[in-house]
Write a protein that binds this ligand. Sequence first.
Ligand code: C2O
Ligand code: CU
Ligand code: CU
Length: 537
Amino acid sequence: MHPDLAYQSDSGEAGHRPAVEKRSLLRRIVLVGTIAIVAGGVAFGVLALWLYQSARTDTVGELEFTQELKIPPLLEPERGADGGAIYQLEMQEGFSELLPGVQTETWGVNGSYLGPTIRAERGDWVRMEVENGLPEATTLHWHGMHLPADADGNPHQLIGPGGDWSPTWQIRQPVGTLWYHPHRMGMTADHVYRGLAGMFLIDDPENVPDELPQTYGVDDIPVIIQDKRFTDDGGLDRSEPFGSQVGQLGDTILVNGTYMPYLDVERERVRLRVLNASNGRFYNLQFADGRPFQLIGTDGGLLTQAQELTEVQVSPGERAEIIVTLEPGERTSLISADPDLTLEGFSHRFSGGDDTLALLELRAAENLGPAPQLPAVLAEDELPEAEDATVNRQFVLDGTSRINDKRMDMNRIDTVVGVDTTEIWEVTNSSGSPHSFHVHDVQFRVLEIGGQDPPVELTGAKDTVFIPRNATVRIAIEFTDYSDPQTPYMYHCHLLRHEDNGMMAQFTVVEADEVDSAPREITGVHDDHNREQGDSQ
Ligand code: C2O
Ligand code: CU
Ligand code: CU
């Protein structure tokens, strides 16, 4: 150190100022500092208020329903020599007019956005001929389907660009509104958001009452709800909004890829098969005029009896089948309001909790075709029973990226279950975010939610269930038919950013006497996502 400076800064004459001058300098510093803090505080407050205000989306009554609802085409299968149904699915890139007059770059299956509706009957053998015409590797997963693990389309069945994949299985489950979407490790949110998703309906003509509306596109309508955010040049904005606990959220709602859609209804009763195919948004479905509707089905099946409700919530990945009755000439709209995210204040607002969204207007014709009364019993209860359970497991969802304290690892098998056993899974949300828990291969029964009996909308077949904050959901699951110690299925949060962040784990189903000896590790698996990204950038 310089000796002079050392001297001056100690106590020398040169460094000494009169006390008065010193005080006024101090006062000035305090004043300027105070102004800066207040101004900063005000600016921060204004910014926070602006963010808070602009985080709310309200489209009910604000926007007009101007576009006719698009109905995804039914995919006609070819018949193989053995009588099996063969479906051709090509994933491709293209442009879509999602907003009127705007071309947006999107991905789709057999088209540029979303995919066709697949229908198969219980007992059918199906073969999916999937081609990847995209510039990236991806997978196609059959959400809600009971099938062999190597046909699941999870991150282990990667299809490279230009590659193909043809899984085969027999449909061994009741009627249901299933769906398909990509499931590549770390990329699911992105690939679904770009437009890859479609419905997969399972029919069971012998066991389904004829009185249910079931003419596709006429009185049996797919309603695939997704939220998007667009950039100024019409592209899909994939950023996550400030403060969101649920990942991506858009301010623009599309149904079957249609913006502000209406549906012309020709019969007294119409069945809406609602699928929440959004990445992170929860919808609390209801009619703008508060009219009641009949809930007839959930994820993977019909309820035993129709239930009259005025609202039903679907978290990402969930489905609800409802029947609504209309008078000639009237209009009503399906909206979402007051979703229960179990969040408060800011995080509730920033996670879409205060949004009121116009979804679909129903316009009844002046002359409506008659529709029969619904039968008293819709279906048999085929769900697993709690008293058959021989194993109990606990799963804790922490933060937005871990289950039981671990992030997803494709080489690790987290859970091994025996085939033909029933288990109770207790899933606890100990994090600050809402989650939506999904298990591959099965339809489960919800036994209890937060210590209470499940509400009617959780009494049917489920493969995905909302796990409220600070609550435990108990479910009964049975694993049947297929075993494969080498190929896992997944269980994960269906808020796709959480899934991609690592809130996912793997289970195998093995022969009952091999549970203890089955491998807990898979060797030679890699997820090429990071490597490929590294190569191309
Ligand atoms: Cu809808 Cu594992 O997914
Ligand atoms: Cu799934
Ligand atoms: Cu989550």
